[in-house]
Design a protein around this ligand. Structure first.
Ligand code: CA
Ligand code: CA
Length: 174
């Protein structure tokens, strides 16, 4: 029997092609989640150097906008460090209040205000042995469970997560 091409089957075919065309293809070694691309650093460094490294990759330190994205990041960190002591693990995010104390933004300089938050109890406390804490880390220390802590930006080294910016979403397969 000769197959018949109906209007409906053409519509289904076009829909399938279009859904493929919308898929984001992340570069090698980047992880795709909900249309965004992430990479988790092997090395550890201070917040400023982490931000510059992400920038040099054409990306930015991660911007966390929803609880779903936050949960994905936590789960990925737990997976990557399944055999490590969480006390030793932290990942920088892009959140900081470097410009205006208590006014949290994503990136520096930036006017992207932090809306979704996942501060651990008692944070942000802006107190690193009496000095300010202006950069946000997903923290494993003190049973933080990778909830957010404000931490000194320059004096400690952590891993970091880079996220490819919105512009990258235009570079689709199709
Ligand atoms: Ca602060
Ligand atoms: Ca703190």
């Amino acid at each position: 029997m000769k197959p018949r091409i109906t209007g409906l089957s053409i519509f289904a075919l076009l829909s399938a092609i279009l859904s493929v065309a919308k898929a984001v293809e992340c570069p090698d070694n980047w992880i795709t989640f909900h249309g965004h691309c992430y990479t988790f650093s092997i090395n550890q460094t201070n917040w400023f150097h982490a931000a510059k490294t992400c920038h040099d990759l054409g990306a930015q330190l991660v911007i966390i906008e929803t609880d779903v994205e936050d949960a994905f990041l936590k789960t990925t960190i737990q997976h990557l460090h399944a055999h490590d002591d969480p006390q030793t693990v932290g990942y920088w995010t892009g959140a900081n209040d470097l410009d205006v104390e208590g006014h949290w933004v994503w990136g520096y300089p930036s006017d992207i205000v932090v809306r979704y938050t996942d501060w651990h109890a008692g944070e942000p406390n802006n107190n690193w042995a009496g000095k300010p804490e202006d950069c946000v880390v997903l923290w494993g220390q003190f049973n933080f469970g990778y909830q957010w802590n404000d931490q000194t930006c320059s004096n400690v080294d952590y891993h970091y997560i880079c996220e490819l910016g919105p512009g990258y979403e235009l570079e689709v397969v199709g």
